[in-house]
Design a protein around this ligand. Structure first.
Ligand code: ZN
Length: 685
């Protein structure tokens, strides 16, 4: 469940380029100039743009709905900054005040470092790194920081009447520059008070014990439909009493939530149907009351709305950022269904039984009757809060377990975001650096995006649902190895069938060569390029990374004699070379059969041996080489996005006659604009 984040480690799981080879992407070829995917690059981050294919074909009412939901998505931005740390809004406003009003020399190295720091704060929605959670220390001095503040008109700074610039400098200097002050957004070290040692703003003046006691009192272990206590509040101690400050209109974050609601009300008026209107109205009701019971009512309505083309997430949703896993950070995504791509997943689902019957696993481990899952493929139209600038590529919500149990969940793949990743990777030298020859680069350009997405579809719609456990086998028999083994199984199911002529027959692939793009990228990523995410000296820990390395290194070892795949050196660099794609497919089938046997029989020892032998240990020389080659190309390990810009077009009577979308706003302008427009909250909340 939860969100699947696109990391560089999965970059070439969905490799290549969507060069208009696919139905439903005509808008790309209609453009005169190639789309500029890369918007900015700084520190360890590359900022991309994403296109919104199909927006122009929506009805006026649908476009308007997207517009209002998008405005609502932007209004919660400040909430997230404040949730991440109490001083984030003051800091961001100070930095922006300097950036826009400093008229000294902007060409110096100091100022460039200052600008980079501001860009990093935008990327992380605060002063802690978005991924590592560590505080980012500026590469300019505290003296320079003071000098900048002193040279700007105090009216442009977040100082209250009477307060002075020197007070601002005094407050912010240790927070920015002292590595010992608030070093981690979330502390997860066992044995210390996680609440008091984390820099997030979910708690104040309370200890971890007091938090536990407060919420344990509320929980009823016999409640079958429990409320997500604590999801929408800050817990503080006032006059010795522990109390919740609830995020709601009239409560904490009220000025921002009022604006969110204002836009949601407009959205409700142009909803596609009555069910969707009820979804939006129930969300408004939640924001007005802060009642978590109403939040559950909303979530149930939301998960049941499967008919609307346009959909959204808007609210206090994921709890990763709370060291105790209760408080939801504010996020929003506005999206609509990609009809063409969703047809693809329907074809796969409708043929689920054929795939099960023809898989290379032993008959006793196959399901007699299998139902494919029809996942929805969407394109995002707007990202906000905790989904911006760093973005998930898939979503599976709601999070409340009882709602999932009783009403199910919505699972989506975000196609235009993965397309942007893929296209950008073909413009930055990555493919040329790591692929063996022009042939593989061309395959990636022609079919990488299509086969990458198709692999994900097969993995989600069929892979996880295929096969069965033998009677009496415990579904947890593989324990900690269960998760990487399961991902390996689903990936192999997809890889095996990508090379099957059946996909061409079903119209899912244009020819019998296309699948090679994904075979090559997958093995290159699993054996080499995903290592860029690993720190020198460390091993592979993340389940998906283990799964990919397992498959790649197992295949390399078992192809040694036949030389179907090999690692070759050229000019001191290592490459994957595939000499016999059909043989590689046979090997995928062979490994799939063994993984399915392990799963079906609960063979813990065999699962453990596979993982420990192939998935965990890092090939040190290859790792060093990959890191060096990344560095030489200035490739960034992390990526974020800028949003498109939507504008209402009105006639002279003031009626909306169209909504336009444009993609030319840059990273700096976008953040400054958001900070100007959507900034209702005080500096300290
Ligand atoms: Zn999976």
């Amino acid at each position: 469940m939860k969100k699947l984040f696109f990391m560089l480690s999965t970059l070439f799981l969905l490799a290549g380029c969507n060069s208009g080879t696919k139905a439903g992407t005509e808008e790309q070829s209609a453009q005169d100039t190639p789309f500029e995917y890369i918007a900015d690059q700084f520190a360890d981050v590359e900022i991309l743009r994403y296109q919104v294919p199909g927006f122009e074909d929506l009805s006026l009412q649908q476009k308007e709905l997207i517009y209002y939901l998008s405005e609502a998505a932007l209004e919660g931005r400040d909430i997230l900054y404040d949730q991440h740390n109490k001083y984030n809004l003051t800091i961001r406003r100070t930095l922006e005040g300097i950036y826009e009003n400093y008229f000294g020399d902007k060409t110096t190295e100091d100022f460039k470092n200052f600008e980079t720091y501001l860009k990093r704060v935008w990327m992380a929605n605060g002063i802690h790194h978005h991924y590592s959670e560590d505080k980012m220390i500026p590469e300019f001095s505290k003296e320079y920081f003071a000098q900048l503040i002193n040279s700007v008109d105090p009216a442009r700074m977040p100082v209250k009447d009477g307060a002075s610039a020197s007070k601002l400098i005094e407050t912010l200097t240790p927070i920015l520059f002292d590595p010992a002050v608030m070093p981690k957004r979330i502390n997860q070290t066992a044995g210390v008070d996680l609440v008091q040692t984390s820099a997030v703003n979910f708690y104040e003046g309370v200890t971890e014990k007091e938090v536990d006691a407060f919420y344990n009192k509320m929980k009823d272990p016999n409640d079958n439909t429990p409320i997500s206590y604590g999801l929408n509040s800050k817990l503080v101690k006032e006059n010795g009493v522990v109390t919740e400050q609830v995020y709601k209109i009239g409560g904490m974050y009220s000025p921002a939530l009022e604006r969110v609601v204002k836009w949601l009300e407009k959205a409700a008026n142009v909803a596609e149907n009555d069910n969707q209107k009820q979804v939006i109205l129930s969300l408004i009701d939640f924001y007005k009351t802060g009642s978590l019971k109403k939040y559950d009512d909303y979530s149930v309505l939301w998960v049941k709305d499967l008919d609307s083309r346009i959909d959204f997430v808007n609210g206090f949703t994921e709890t990763y950022t709370d060291p105790l896993g209760m408080k939801g950070t504010w996020e929003s995504i506005v999206n609509f269904k990609d009809m063409e791509a969703t047809k693809r997943t329907e074809i796969i689902s409708n043929n689920a039984q054929w795939f099960e019957d023809n898989s290379p696993v032993d008959k006793q481990f196959k399901k007699e009757e299998v139902k494919g899952v029809s996942a929805k493929v969407i394109n995002v139209a707007m990202l906000g809060g905790d989904c911006y600038p760093s973005t998930p590529i898939g979503i599976n919500l709601p999070n409340a377990n009882w709602i999932r149990r009783d009403y199910g969940s919505k699972s989506v793949t975000i196609q235009n975001i993965t397309d942007a990743y893929n296209n950008a990777s073909l413009g930055n030298g990555f493919a040329e650096e790591f692929m063996w020859s022009d042939e593989e680069v061309k395959l990636a350009k022609d079919y990488g995006s299509l086969t990458g997405n198709l692999h994900t579809d097969l993995h989600e719609c069929l892979g996880h649902g295929s096969g069965k456990l033998l009677p009496g086998v415990d579904s947890d028999a593989l324990k900690a190895y269960g998760s990487p083994i399961e991902e390996t199984r689903a990936d192999l199911f997809g890889l095996y069938y990508l090379g099957d002529p059946k996909l061409v027959e079903l119209g899912l692939l244009p020819n019998s060569d296309a699948y090679k793009a994904q075979y090559y990228s997958y093995l290159m990523n699993g054996a080499m390029t995903q290592l860029t995410r690993i720190q020198p000296g460390k091993d592979v820990e993340q389940a998906h990374m283990r799964n990919r390395q397992l498959i790649a290194t197992w295949i390399l070892e078992h192809a040694r004699e036949s030389k179907a795949v090999e690692m070759k050196q050229r000019d001191g660099k290592t490459f994957i070379v595939i000499n016999d794609y059909e043989k590689v497919r046979d090997l995928f089938g062979e490994l799939l059969a063994e993984i399915q046997r392990i799963k079906s029989t609960g063979d813990f020892e065999a699962g453990k041996k596979l993982i420990e032998t192939y998935a965990v240990k890092v090939n040190r020389p290859i790792h060093e080489e990959v890191l060096e080659r990344y560095e030489a190309l200035s490739l960034s390990p992390y990526r974020g996005f800028v949003n498109p810009v939507y504008k209402l077009v009105k006639n002279d009577k003031g009626e909306v006659i169209d909504v336009t979308v444009s993609y030319d706003e840059d990273y700096v302008k976008q953040h400054l604009r958001y900070s100007n427009q959507s900034t209702a909250l005080p500096n300290i909340n």
